[in-house]
Structures are given as C-alpha cells and as structure tokens.
Design a protein around this ligand. Structure first.
Ligand SMILES: C[S@@+](CC[C@H](N)C(=O)[O-])C[C@H]1O[C@@H](n2cnc3c(N)ncnc32)[C@H](O)[C@@H]1O
Length: 253
C-alpha cells in the first residue's frame, strides 16, 4: 500500500496545507478500497473519474491502482473541498505523490460532467460517493455513462441508501449494465425471503403483480445486488445511450 495512505489509515489523522489537523472520517472502508483497485485491474483502467473527494481516501486507493501505467489520469470533482475540508483531500493527494496524475474540479458534478463530455473525455472507471440524493446520483450516472467506455465499470458507495439504490435499480433494469461487485452490509435474510415469496405470488397470479411494488416482485438479489449492499459496481456491457432503445422503452424499477 502507498506508505502515506497506510499512515493515514493507521493514525486516522489528516492535515491541511496550513498544518491544521483533523480526525479522519466519512471515508470508504479498507475492503471497499481494495474492491475499487480490483475493479480497476478488471477493466485495465488508465483514465478514472470520481465524484466526491472529501479527505481523499478513495482517491488515494484509485490513484495507487492506476499510477505507474502510461497515461494514468484521475479526474475528481468536489465543490466543498475548501469550504468543508480546508483542502485536506488535495493535500493528501500531494503528500501521497499523486499530484501529477490528478485533475481536480472544485465544482459540482452537474457542472463538470457535461464539460468533460464536450471536451471528448473518455473514462475506463468511475466511482460515485457524493450527495447520495436520487436526482444528483441519476444525473451523475447519465453523464458518466456518456463518457464511460464499453466494458468500463461504474461503482457506487452507500448503495443501500434509498436514493442510490433506486438509481442502481434503474440502471440494471433499463440499461445494459451488469453487477460485477457487491459488498453486503446488513443483508436481511428475512427481507430476502419476503421478496422471494412476493415474486412467487406474482408468478402464480399475474394480476396481483400490478399491486406489488417492482422492487418487491423483482428483487435486487436476482440481479446480483444484495439488499443492504454498501458498495455495488456495474460493468457497461454495451452502449445503449442513444438510438438503440425505442422511444417508448421503459422497465418499471
Ligand atoms: C462521503 S464524502 C466522500 C468520501 C471519499 N470517497 C473518501 O473515501 O474519503 C462525499 C463528498 O461528496 C461531495 N459532494 C457532494 N455533492 C457533490 C456534488 N454534487 N458534486 C461533487 N461532489 C459532491 C461532498 O462535498 C463530500 O466531500
């Protein structure tokens, strides 16, 4: 592991460029960091993108996985890096030795992502750990999909949060993406048994299907997405962003 990242995780202390010290918090877990790196290996990613820098723990895991590859480049955006974090995330990027491969934008995703598409940027891997709101997360997926190469991976932290979970359900039911990684958190076996039962009921008695919410009659588990998962990664199987879907295409999710 990068020695600076290792010391941050061990000491749980981070510093601003002015020397102010804070306790580490809100970062991804160690197992999630390793899964991000595994996803980057899987896709042989060189150009990566991330939404939500904070103190930069996930950024350091991602940079470690791509650094050393020719053309390695990590794009990260966060409008609150100086307002909330005193520049600690960017300082950590510098201390870890990744300053030369990181391109930072101090604006919100909805401003930055369309600019990247306009510039013709293409990415191999993207990680979303930002607002967790349904509308922002959906918009982030929409724009990332347009610049993510086919075969690339988009990963979501906090996949169990309702807004993020709904977006993931939209993606796997309406778009050409497949779950490739998942960290279960509070997988409730009782909840899964309930979903199985409702699915069976709607199979035996189709009219009842309309009365059961889509997430109950078609449980996430059937698509490799464990309820309560705290991290989910999806691989783009084909480019269906334009023209490939009829105008009335829609699957309930
Ligand atoms: C949970 S923290 C990210 C933690 C980081 N992944 C880590 O492991 O250290 C979420 C970050 O997302 C940022 N954020 C929230 N809304 C955003 C948006 N619309 N665009 C970009 N970043 C956003 C917040 O400012 C915050 O720094």
């Amino acid at each position: 592991m990068n020695p600076f990242l290792d010391s941050v995780l061990k000491t749980r202390r981070v510093r601003s460029p002015q020397g102010g010290e804070r306790e580490l918090g809100s970062e991804i877990s160690l197992d999630e960091g390793y899964l991000l790196q595994e996803a980057i290996q899987l896709t042989q990613a060189v150009t990566t993108l991330e939404i939500g820098l904070w103190y930069g723990v996930s950024t350091l895991f991602i940079c470690e996985a791509i650094s050393g590859k020719p053309g390695a480049h990590h794009i990260v955006m966060d409008p609150n890096q100086f307002r909330d974090c005193d520049g600690i995330g960017l300082n950590n990027v510098k201390e870890a030795g990744y300053e030369n491969i990181v391109e930072f934008y101090g604006q919100s995703s909805h401003i930055v992502l369309p600019q990247l598409e306009l510039k013709g940027v293409k990415v191999d891997f993207a990680f979303v750990d930002a607002s967790h709101l349904f509308d922002y997360t959906l918009l982030e997926f929409f724009y990332i999909d347009r610049i993510l190469r086919t075969g690339g991976i988009i990963a979501f932290d906090d996949a169990s949060m309702p807004g993020v979970q709904k977006v993931i359900r939209f993606i796997i039911t309406n778009r050409c993406y497949k779950v490739v990684q998942c960290i279960p958190a509070s997988a409730s076996w009782k909840q899964m048994a309930k979903h199985r039962l409702l699915k069976e009921v709607s199979r035996i008695c189709p009219p009842l299907k309309q009365l059961i919410r889509p997430e109950l009659r078609e449980p996430d588990i059937d698509r490799g997405f464990i309820p309560g998962a705290r991290y989910v990664a999806l691989r783009k199987e084909a480019d269906d962003s334009e023209d490939t879907r009829p105008w009335h295409f829609y699957h309930d999710f």
